[in-house]
Write a protein that binds this ligand. Structure first.
Ligand SMILES: [Zn+2]
Length: 268
């Protein structure tokens, strides 16, 4: 019945975020046989160009190009990603359904509030998804905000709990932060030299956003400019890792090393 668990789930605020921040790494992992997935919190209805339906079609095409096994968009309002109990439970449901070992989140600081809020929301959802008793008494077990307690006894609590609370608990082993949107030094980079071109094609699948056109030409750079920008970033992080193109990531934990002679990236 249940599909196989995902090895890696990337969670982002907007459709096309993952394509810009960690699409190369996702593709690389898929090419190695891992099951990858993307959860977009919003559907892109606030976009200057195109409708939410256009974005859905484009996101599906981008997912195909990146060889992801699973992709879904939640119904959190675009431009209003808030770290509420209700929104956390929507992400908890996905984490419990898809059971990823690794979750990739955006970095927790940045220009766009949806991005940094997605980071905190995603982290807290990963924590909550692992709580065995989440379904027993969700109002009191963690916090009371935004959740209406059942009026009668415990037998109705389960019924009133959000969908995800009734699935078996699951906590991802690893949380990684994709840092591309923020100027912070990554703890490691993933070599995407062989995936760079395909990742760029995935981004270009968002035709309503990135093809050269009149509407919104004041805010949207031309395709050639986008290409130059994307390439410059990938080359910069590639340089840090001693490869052609790379994507930057940060982990809060320290690295664990077994063999000092096998650590990559040249020092001098
Ligand atoms: Zn975004």
């Amino acid at each position: 019945m249940a599909a196989a668990a995902l090895d890696i789930l990337a969670i982002a605020a907007h459709r096309d975020d993952v394509e810009q921040t960690c699409g190369g790494a996702l593709l690389k992992m898929a090419q190695r046989g891992y099951r990858t997935g993307i959860l977009d919190l919003t559907q892109g209805e606030m976009g200057t160009r195109g409708t939410a339906e256009d974005r859905a079609r484009e996101a599906e095409e981008a997912a195909r190009i990146l060889q992801v096994s699973w992709r879904q968009a939640l119904d959190i309002p675009d431009g209003r990603v808030e770290n509420t109990w209700e929104n956390r439970m929507k992400v908890v449901r996905v984490i419990r359904e898809q059971r990823p070992r690794v979750v990739i989140l955006p970095y927790w600081q940045g220009r766009h509030p949806d991005h940094y809020t997605c980071s905190t929301l995603g982290y807290e959802a990963c924590f909550l998804a692992g709580l065995a008793k989440l379904d027993r008494n969700p109002g009191a077990a963690v916090e009371g905000h935004g959740f209406s307690r059942a009026e009668s006894g415990p037998e109705t609590v389960g019924a009133s709990a959000p969908e995800g609370a009734q699935l078996p608990p699951h906590r991802p082993f690893k949380i990684l932060y994709a840092t591309l949107y923020h100027d912070v030094r990554p703890t490691f980079v993933v070599d995407i030299s062989e995936q760079f071109e395909t990742r760029f094609q995935a981004l270009m699948a968002y035709k309503t956003q990135f093809s050269d056109q009149e509407a919104g030409s004041g805010i949207f750079p031309a395709q050639a400019q986008i290409r130059a920008r994307i390439e410059a970033m990938a080359r910069y992080y590639g340089m840090l890792g001693g490869v052609d193109y790379a994507e930057p990531f940060l982990q809060k934990e320290v690295g664990l090393v077994e063999d000092l002679t096998a650590i990559p990236v040249k020092s001098i």
